[in-house]
Write a protein that binds this ligand. Sequence first.
Ligand SMILES: [Zn+2]
Length: 140
Amino acid sequence: MSKIRAFQSDPVVNFAKQKAKEKIERCENGTDNDSVCDVISFAKERYGVNESWIVRSLARYMLNTVRKHDKLDNAWLVDGIPRLGDTHAVYMVWLEDGRYKCTCFTHTYGYARRAKVCTHIGAVLFYTRQRKLDDIDKKD
Ligand SMILES: [Zn+2]
């Protein structure tokens, strides 16, 4: 039984995508240079992702859909967003042998999605990089 949260309604998701696009633009033209920009550069270099991937991943992150798994280390739960094509309420992303994996790899569109790093993983990249840097900032 999946329940769509109010903040994931279509207008809110569209708004987040617009905000994500503006952020990417500021990273690219150099008016912004924070840890989110670092993750964007990292994902482009490491995974060769395109702008649409970054927009969707960043929108997921901005919509607060990522949280740490409460029992497993190196595992995160990502709420599904129907507007972004999700058919499940929650996805799990985890690190295995240094690689990110997601439960969407084995869902209906698993074959098509397996070839690429999905945007649930992208959202986790933004979440973890951000959190690590936040932790460092707090210690200072
Ligand atoms: Zn996924």
